[in-house]
Write a protein that binds this ligand. Structure first.
Ligand code: PMP
Length: 321
């Protein structure tokens, strides 16, 4: 989720990009306009964060992200010729060679140049990993004003919502642009049955009467790694957690609503369709979960769930409690 007040996110180049097993200069990581991916959206990708720590930096839930990349590729019959361990090592190599932390990491697998028919089998699979400096995604204040989108999320058995595929983000772009045009920070999309699904690039949670709710994956939501982290943290805080279908109007009468995502992290929502959520302030449970999430990600509390992969980079940003 990106704030309405900062709609541009220019890319900040680094020195190297990992391509098919080798680090190559950033500017050499180009593709031909006739590549399959350009015409048919044939890509799967990840978005991962590397956080600064008191004594260095660490990637948040690296194996889980790379496993989701492998899973996304499998759904689209793309064979990545690297193991999970090799892909994780490649991410670490890329970050260390570029020496940038905190950063965002973007692994992407595409169908390249070779076949222009829709059947992609004759196009090579190309794997790239880039990283670049990136701080906070949500801009403009404490909590976000969002809307329910007029666009639905992907219908079951059309575009598979569990694959993090480039083509899915055409739908996300419609949600995001509509929200922006109407003066909202982000849109919450419903699934084709009218149940709450997710934001254009975030999962959604709500709190009502002390219980934490989030839609199940069958409501066309991505299996977010942050979603999983929040569910884990909430259970350890002793909260009751329900993964169940959520009717639209439950959003309006919730005590607290927040987004989760690698980019959005834990982002409180202040209003939906101009209806104030709770008292319009960041809720107590949102704050508890958010504090725990950032304390673990930034290495200020022990990594008790084994979520951090250390990288050897001089931290560019100091971390405070
Ligand atoms: N839903 C969508 C559509 C997304 O693009 C993202 C971002 N990857 C998420 C949910 C959140 O997933 P994660 O926590 O793994 O970043």
């Amino acid at each position: 989720m990106q704030g309405a007040h900062s709609t541009s996110m220019p890319i900040q180049p680094t020195a190297n990009i990992w391509h098919n097993g080798k680090l190559i200069p950033w500017e050499k990581a180009t593709i031909h306009v006739m590549s399959h991916v350009v015409h048919y959206g044939s890509s799967v990708f990840e978005g991962i964060r590397c956080y600064t720590q008191p004594h260095g930096a660490a990637v948040f839930r690296l194996p889980e992200h790379m496993q989701r990349l492998i899973d996304s590729a499998k759904i689209y019959r793309m064979t990545i010729p690297y193991s999970l361990d090799e892909l994780c090592a490649a991410v670490v190599d890329t970050i260390e060679s570029n020496g940038v932390a905190p950063c965002y990491i973007r692994p992407i697998v595409i169908r390249g140049y070779g076949e222009i028919g829709v059947n992609p089998k004759g196009s090579p699979i190309e794997t790239y990993i880039a990283n670049y400096p990136w701080g906070k995604y949500v801009a403009g204040g404490e909590a976000a004003d969002v809307c329910v989108s007029s666009w639905n999320r992907l219908a079951p058995n059309t575009m598979p919502a569990l694959a993090k595929a480039g083509a899915n983000y055409m739908n996300s772009q419609l949600i995001r642009m509509e929200a922006d045009t109407n003066g909202y920070v982000e849109g919450i999309a419903l699934d084709v049955s009218g149940y709450v699904s997710e934001g254009s690039g975030e999962n959604v949670f709500l709190v009502r009467n002390g219980v934490l709710y989030t839609p199940p994956l069958a409501n066309s939501a991505l299996s977010g790694i942050t979603r999983d982290s929040v569910l884990t943290i909430a259970r350890h805080l002793g909260l009751t957690v329900m993964e169940q279908s959520i009717p639209r109007e439950l959003l309006y009468i919730s005590d607290e609503v927040f987004f989760t995502g690698t980019a959005a992290e834990v982002s409180p929502i202040r209003s939906i369709d101009r209806i104030a959520i709770g008292d319009g302030k960041i809720g107590e449970i949102t704050k508890k979960i958010s504090d725990e999430f950032f304390a673990i990600a930034n290495g200020l509390k022990p990594d008790r769930f084994g979520w951090l992969t250390p990288v050897k980079v001089a931290a560019a940003e100091t971390v405070s409690a």
